[in-house]
Design a binder for this molecule. Structure first.
Ligand code: ATP
Ligand code: MG
Length: 441
């Protein structure tokens, strides 16, 4: 969905594409290769598609083929199939199979079983490559008649069949299976039409799926942003409706997912979506309040995020500390502006974020120090800080500021010299009360 367009225009566009795609899907459903109709399993729609072999990881293909030769069902699945269909290079390749973990383990000497709740097999190849090979499983809710006491056990280690494994996944575009032998995509969830119309849509009712696992909200935003896909109106509305549930999600997962939004070269789009949907109010109210209160023509936050994207696309993902510092830099600057003690202010500002998202201490501490030292770095006086490992990280933040804002970056961190500089060199615990100096203009 192009950002900034009125929602109803997007809706119309999606609707139009939906009709075209459904026509196509109808034709494809009678394609050869579908499982015989004489059992009761749901039948997938089968699409004959030759995915680009050159882009398929040879080792992943080896894993699938050996499993199939041994008599099991095995497919490429998830992100790799989605990315190949969207003509992108997949980050990694996942395999799913009817073989149980111990069977997989036996077939591959170079493998190990991992995970306690749900056991998967990592098949290891040279250069540290791992092909994650998972046995089909089903969602625990799909279980028929479990006793009441069983329901209390939150165990998703329930093996299942291919169609159940497809349905337990989050978005339709993430639930396509690719049969390497027959060059066919198997689709139990309407993923192919969504690939065609370039739309993120949950499997099943969006609100239910988001409340089941609110982190899926951030995943929807990530896929929309990084793959340049629309979000269907129903899914979008459910994001808005379920967003408060994010406060109940596991904090480390939230922290990690926000980083993923920043790392994929689409931080600007992703954070814009977070803002537009109100997700940012729940996760980073400091930033959304800042955005709401800023001057109308102040686009600095967005310009900084665009600069992050430019660099990521050119040189790969940036350091986590750089990403977090730049994300929070503008509201942090505002919080510190005019403060007698920048370090203390930065610390107070970050406290809420740290609590809400379990920001690791190392990262929070680094952000605080960088922001406190910025005025010094701006004027080229790194001093003894320039010999610390944090120095290049801080300089990258400054560089992002200068590239993104040009002249406007000058004096962005204008602040007094003095105690803050030295204090910023020391970890918070070691800081002692000190004499405060007046801010010098
Ligand atoms: P990426 O390219 O970002 O890695 P991906 O689709 O491979 O995208 P992963 O997080 O690696 O995403 O997850 C692999 C697959 O597992 C997904 O494609 C999806 O089918 C399933 N999955 C991941 N997280 C969830 C979730 N929270 N709920 C349901 N299914 C999920
Ligand atoms: Mg993946």
């Amino acid at each position: 969905m192009p950002l900034g367009q009125p929602a109803d225009a997007d809706d119309r566009e999606l609707e139009e594409i939906r009709y075209q795609v459904e026509d196509m899907a109808e034709e494809e459903s009678s394609a050869p290769g579908a499982p015989p109709p004489d059992d009761n399993r749901p039948r997938p729609r089968v699409y004959s598609i030759q995915l680009d072999e050159a882009r398929i990881d040879a080792d992943a293909a080896k894993v699938v083929r050996r499993l199939v030769r041994a008599g099991y069902e095995a497919y490429l699945v998830g992100g790799c199939v989605r990315d190949l269909l969207l003509a992108r290079r997949p980050k990694d390749f996942d395999v799913c199979t009817s073989a149980r973990p111990d069977d997989v383990r036996r077939l591959f000497r170079n493998s190990r079983v991992i995970g306690r709740r749900f056991r998967l097999v990592h098949v290891l190849f040279g250069g540290g490559k791992v092909i994650e090979t998972a046995t089909f499983r089903r969602a625990p809710e799909a279980d028929e008649d479990r006793g009441a006491e069983d329901l209390l056990i939150r165990n998703d280690n329930v093996f299942g069949e291919a169609h159940q494994d497809a349905r337990r996944r989050d978005f339709t575009i993430n639930a396509l299976f690719y049969d390497l032998e027959r060059n066919e995509v198997l689709d139990w969830v309407g993923g192919m039409p969504d690939i065609e119309r370039r739309a993120v849509h949950t499997i099943g009712k969006p609100l239910v799926r988001f409340l089941e696992d609110p982190v899926r909200i951030l995943r929807a935003i990530k896929f929309s942003a990084k793959l340049d896909l629309g979000i269907t109106p129903e899914t979008y509305d459910a994001i808005v409706e379920a967003r408060k549930a994010l406060a109940r999600a596991a904090k480390p997962r939230l922290f990690e997912e926000i980083l993923r939004l920043m790392r994929e070269g689409a931080a600007h789009r992703a954070l814009f979506l977070c803002w537009e949907t109100g997700v940012m109010d729940v996760l980073l109210p400091e930033l959304s309040t800042f955005l709401a209160d800023r001057e109308e023509d102040d686009d600095r936050v967005w310009q900084l995020l665009q600069e992050i994207d430019r660099r990521t696309i050119e040189n790969g993902p940036l350091d986590d500390v750089v990403l977090w510092t730049v994300l929070l830099a503008e509201p942090l600057r505002e919080a510190c502006d005019g403060a007698r003690d920048r370090v203390e202010m930065a610390h107070e500002f970050l406290e809420g974020v740290v609590d809400r998202l379990n920001v690791p201490r190392r990262i929070a501490e680094s952000i605080r120090r960088i922001v406190a030292l910025m005025p010094r770095l701006e004027s080229g006086r790194g001093g003894r800080f320039s010999r610390t490992p944090l120095y290049p990280v801080a300089m990258e933040v400054l560089d992002i500021y200068r590239n993104a804002l040009g002249d406007a970056a000058e004096g962005a961190f204008d602040a007094p010299e003095g105690p803050s500089d030295n204090a910023a060199l020391a970890p918070t615990e070691e800081r002692r009360p000190r004499k405060r100096r007046r801010r010098r203009r």
